[in-house]
Design a protein around this ligand. Structure first.
Ligand code: SAM
Ligand code: SF4
Ligand code: FES
Length: 346
């Protein structure tokens, strides 16, 4: 089977073997790659439509107890000036985002135990009282009980990337964390009825094409409702400061193959892909992605949530990003989704 036939097979069956995914990750030429993107875009159109769903991202705390080697928020980075928002301020920012038209709010932070499950439950309930939005949590590993409390409070979705599906590579990236714990958390979230998002980082040091294929196989096995795939960007205050960043090309291929394997998944055009290339988000939206997560934080906090440097939108106001992203979406002949943008595959 040549490359084009393999793309056709993925487009029809959504079920490739790992070796076949590896072949798709390494196209022989520009025509092959363009065909991969074209078929992924076509499947995106057929399965999740032309609306691009916006998720308003609230980065409410930069404190983190973890030490992921790639991340600027890791606890050993003492050069970062940390902040933590009060529940009231978080609710206020969520309310403003809803006024700008966002139908989903993503509450994201480092792993910060200051926000117990009960505190999160309070925030979730307060937001739901005043805003008609779906709530996605992205706050790391917690116990089953804690996930349950937050679900019962009204949280709809949870984003927890496995970052790399290869257990050995996972250990290298997170020496004091456990791959099993990560998977157990994802299983707990599924069990509790969250819409679950997971994903990886493309171009992590030590990563091989086989690892990337394993990432796609795991996304398929977990049957995730969301798949977040973004390039690695080195941060100067981490052990990976001198490593190369992930490439646009490989990130786009990962997005496209993930669309072919998971036709109904919500797949964001990440901020990271917009950071490594000025047209990165547009290209991802044309290679299978159907979601964007604009920042809705007031500008004064943005530089302090430095996962990686040179992040886009760093000095912008939420209202500016909202208009900017709508312009981008319209320029691609697409529309901004007006509903919650929930998973439609089941
Ligand atoms: N602490 C929570 C967690 O890890 O799930 C949520 C916040 S964390 C900053 C969100 C995501 O940032 C991670 O899942 C990881 O994929 C991504 N990330 C961290 N450092 C990165 C880097 N240097 N380049 C690209 N993505 C990065
Ligand atoms: Fe903390 Fe998340 Fe960064 Fe890891 S990726 S150091 S858990 S904020
Ligand atoms: Fe923030 Fe364009 S989305 S400036």
């Amino acid at each position: 089977m040549d490359y084009f036939e393999l793309v056709d097979k993925a487009y029809k069956e959504h079920n490739l073997a790992k070796g076949e995914v590896m072949r798709l990750l390494e196209p022989k030429g520009v025509e092959e790659e363009a065909y991969l993107f074209k078929k992924a875009d076509q499947l995106r159109h057929e399965c999740v439509g032309d609306c691009v769903h916006l998720r308003g991202l609230i980065e409410f705390s930069s404190h983190c107890r973890r030490n992921c080697k790639y991340c600027g928020l890791r606890r050993d980075n003492v050069s970062l000036e940390r902040y933590r928002l009060s529940p009231e301020d978080i609710v206020k920012i969520a309310h403003n985002a809803a006024l700008l038209g966002y139908k989903t709010i993503v509450l994201q932070s480092g792993e910060d135990e200051f926000y117990t499950a009960d505190v999160m439950a309070y925030i979730i309930k307060e937001i739901k009282k005043i805003a008609d939005v779906a709530i996605t949590l992205c706050i790391g590993e917690r116990s089953y009980e804690e996930y349950k409390i937050m679900k019962e409070a009204g949280a709809d979705r949870y984003l927890l990337k496995f970052e790399t599906a290869n257990p050995g590579h996972y250990r290298e990236m997170h020496p004091d964390m456990s791959y099993k714990d990560r998977i157990d958390c994802l299983m707990a979230l599924k069990d509790l009825g969250y819409e679950v998002g997971s994903g990886d980082i493309v171009g992590l040091p030590g990563q091989t094409v086989e690892h990337l294929a394993e990432d796609i196989m795991l996304l398929k096995e977990l049957d995730v409702e969301m798949a977040g795939i973004g390039p690695f960007i080195p941060h100067h205050s981490t052990p990976f400061r001198d490593e190369a960043r992930g490439t646009l090309e490989m990130t786009l291929r990962m997005v496209a193959i993930t669309r072919l394997m998971l036709p109904y998944a919500n797949i964001p055009a990440t901020t990271a892909v917009g950071t490594i290339h000025p047209q990165g988000r547009q290209k991802a939206l044309m290679a299978g992605a159907n979601v964007v997560m604009p920042n809705v934080m007031p500008p004064e906090y943005r530089p302090r949530y430095e996962i990686y440097p040179s992040k886009i939108c760093i000095g912008e106001k939420p209202s500016h990003c909202r208009l900017c992203i709508e312009g981008i979406i319209r320029s691609l002949g697409r529309e901004v989704g007006q509903d919650y943008g929930s998973y439609r595959g089941r």
